[in-house]
Design a protein. Structure first.
Length: 257
């Protein structure tokens, strides 16, 4: 039986849409998108990754393949059949691994604000990731959370979102968080992206300062037939920043034959 906590607001919907959150977040981060998917007849499933939110971490080493395998076990237990898979940032990395390891379980793939290899494009990017590494290892999750929240939600009108993200990240298992950071830093799907033969959409915030639009473009170059949509006035958290636009793009793509 799965130990993953997950949101399942429309258990009678079909097909399932597996929604994978970013580092430090939880399945609840997809709250702005669940009603649109439910109204369209889908079954959105938003799990908390191992060690995040209400999903426990077993302490045996956090890895992207293990996270993907836990999600495959969830779909198997729920007997959903193949699902659409949507992943944001870390969730997009897990989604790539899932599509590679369990292609029979994926109908369509949506990669949001994510990467094939985490390589900053400039000195500012390297400094940001170094600050995160120092913060999480020397000062703890809450300090790290403040660094991340200020980058993801920089607007003066986003104070409540910053505070919410800080509290959510602070709840994560520190061992899982540090393990996930290491795994993301080592991840490199470039050598096998061409093996993904699943319809894929890359959704990018034009103002993303965490993973640049150019870095996300490499996913399109690597996955046969994939295409990229750049959302204006959106940052790293596109499904939150521009929920209405994201929901429309998502439903349009999922509805394509």
């Amino acid at each position: 039986m799965t130990t993953l906590h997950f949101l399942d607001p429309n258990p009678n919907g079909t097909p399932a849409v597996l929604l994978l959150h970013g580092l430090g977040a939880t399945g609840a981060s997809w709250t702005p998108n669940l009603p649109a998917l439910t109204a369209a007849g889908f079954r959105p499933l938003a799990p908390d990754a191992p060690g995040f939110g209400d999903s426990p971490y077993d302490g045996r080493g956090w890895s992207i393949p293990r996270a993907a395998a836990s999600l495959a076990a969830l779909l198997d237990e729920l007997q959903t059949g193949p699902a659409h898979v949507v992943g944001l940032s870390m969730g997009g990395v897990i989604a790539q691994q899932f599509a590679h390891d369990f292609p029979q379980l994926v109908k369509k793939l949506v990669l949001v604000s994510t990467f094939s290899a985490l390589r900053p494009d400039d000195l500012g990017g390297w400094i940001y990731f170094l600050r995160r590494l120092v913060a999480v290892n020397l000062f703890g999750l809450r300090t790290q959370a403040r660094v991340v929240a200020g980058r993801v939600f920089p607007g003066a009108d986003q104070a409540s979102l910053r505070e919410m993200l800080i509290e959510t990240i602070s709840r994560a298992d520190p061992r899982a968080y540090r393990g996930a950071m290491r795994a993301l830093g080592l991840f490199d799907s470039r050598k096998w992206l061409a093996e993904i033969k699943i319809p894929a959409l890359v959704v990018t915030g034009a103002d993303d300062t965490t993973v640049s639009p150019a870095r996300q473009r490499l996913l399109v170059d690597g996955i046969p037939g994939a295409r990229q949509v750049v959302v204006p006035q959106a940052g790293h958290a596109v499904p939150v920043d521009r929920a209405e636009t994201f929901n429309r793009l998502l439903l349009e793509f999922l509805g394509e034959p």
